[in-house]
Design a protein around this ligand. Structure first.
Ligand SMILES: Cc1cc2nc3c(=O)[nH]c(=O)nc-3n(C[C@H](O)[C@H](O)[C@H](O)COP(=O)(O)OP(=O)(O)OC[C@H]3O[C@@H](n4cnc5c(N)ncnc54)[C@H](O)[C@@H]3O)c2cc1C
Length: 382
């Protein structure tokens, strides 16, 4: 099959846009990426990367750089209000699923390096105002940039997607989250648990403990959007300690909260229109309970680069083939993470019983890890 290459214009310099840029450029495309912020910097927190996302980084040639300081947990534990373990998933064992945690900043700088090495032109401080299905981007400075392929990856609140009329559903999930990075130090959790990933659940509140390097600890706090006693800056630590008294040492260390993010769900009529492809949170945002939003963005981006370059038929045929191939798994992951998130609404006692049953279910485990174990389209070395 003859390869198809040309020029691509990309809107958005997050995980999805950068992956698409690097993957296209490595396949022979000329690529320009526009990011509205003045610099490509990630919000300070950690991120889980599963086998699928790691395979994408490997394909882009930056896995080693991205994961040099990574933390490799041994278990993902979920604990109840009384600090008893409700479920435990072994990870990073031979033959099992791999999951690492790193700083977001490290992921973004690695993707920027992959893009720059492949020759991508990155333009910061460049706000895109419209993506046209005929194949061009319009910028806030009035300029217009034509392309054989336009990629829209401007995040969950994507105005470019909305301008294309592709949005089928956007749902607020009623949960809000604060993320913080603090230094790792002894005594924040019992010594035996220090290297694990721990999800604490109590009532409708959730606390995530994630070592993300030898020195950095990422903590996320989740509660209903209407839980005004738990939301604020400074953090109402007493309220959180009331829910998680066993994690008081950890909660006491939490610093200022720079922002609270709402969880959302995005579904599109189609992932492309004319010469424009939409991916990442703009196309398939999901609540973060499986740690797969970024992984899915990376898979969709690599799959796009592979399919438009090596697929058959017109660009439209290739874009439809890309969606047909990537969307079922990503839609499954969205649905599954949504259902896992609903466990926050179950009362403590039945939740403990339910989680014990789910923890023993092979079907549940397989379904939960389906995206994590997937081999991304186009992941074999080029
Ligand atoms: C609490 C929380 C925890 C999470 N944990 C994980 C995890 O552990 N693992 C995981 O894989 N995923 C996780 N995710 C999901 C992951 O962060 C997202 O799926 C991922 O960041 C989406 O990347 P993106 O590139 O699509 O969008 P974004 O990261 O939102 O990037 C969009 C970019 O586009 C830019 N932009 C916006 N508008 C314009 C415009 N008009 N012109 C130019 N540029 C524009 C923005 O400035 C931004 O840089 C988590 C999400 C949350 C909320």
């Amino acid at each position: 099959m003859p390869e198809y290459t040309g020029h691509a214009e990309i809107a958005g310099g997050g995980i999805g846009g950068l992956t698409a840029a690097a993957a296209l450029a490595r396949r022979g495309w000329t690529v320009r990426l526009h990011e509205r912020e003045e610099s490509l910097r990630a919000f300070g927190s950690g991120i889980y990367l599963w086998s699928n996302g790691l395979a994408v980084l490997e394909n882009l040639g930056v896995r080693e750089r991205a994961t040099a300081d990574a933390h490799h947990g041994r278990w993902i534990q979920t604990r109840n209000r009384r600090d008893n373990v409700m479920s435990r998933i072994p990870v990073n064992r031979s033959g099992g699923v791999e999951v690492l945690t790193i700083l977001r900043e490290r992921l973004i700088t690695s993707l920027v390096e992959a893009a720059a090495t492949a020759g991508v032109e990155i333009v910061t401080g460049s706000t895109v105002t419209r993506a046209d299905p005929g194949g061009f981007l319009e910028l806030a400075d009035g300029s217009r940039h034509g392309a054989d392929l336009v990629v829209v990856a401007d995040g969950v609140g994507s105005r470019l997607r909305d301008g294309l009329g592709l949005l089928r559903g956007r749902r607020a999930l009623g949960q809000r989250c604060a993320r913080m990075l603090i230094p790792r130090e002894p005594g924040l959790v019992p010594e035996a648990d220090e290297d694990d990933y721990i999800e604490y659940m109590s009532g409708r509140r959730f606390l995530l403990y994630t070592p993300s390097s030898a020195t950095d600890l990422y903590v996320a706090l989740v509660c209903p959007t209407g839980d005004s006693e738990a939301i604020g800056d400074p953090l109402p630590t007493r309220e959180w300690i009331r829910s998680f008294p066993h994690a008081a040492a950890l909660i006491d260390r939490l610093g200022p909260v720079s922002r609270w993010d709402d969880f959302e769900w995005i579904e599109l009529h189609a992932w492309s229109k004319g010469k424009v492809a939409v991916l990442g949170d703009a196309a398939h945002a999901q609540p973060p309970y499986l740690g797969q939003g970024g992984g899915c963005a990376m898979m969709a981006a690599l799959g796009l680069a592979h399919t438009v370059t090596r697929g058959a038929g017109t660009l439209g045929d290739r874009l439809r083939a890309w969606e047909a191939r990537e969307r079922p798994l990503i839609a499954h992951t969205q649905r599954f993470s949504f259902r896992v998130g609903r466990l926050n609404d179950v009362a403590d006692r039945p939740r403990t019983a339910l989680m014990a049953v789910l923890g023993r279910s092979r079907a549940f485990g397989r379904s939960r890890l389906r995206a994590a174990r997937a081999i991304p389209t186009g992941a074999s070395p080029i």
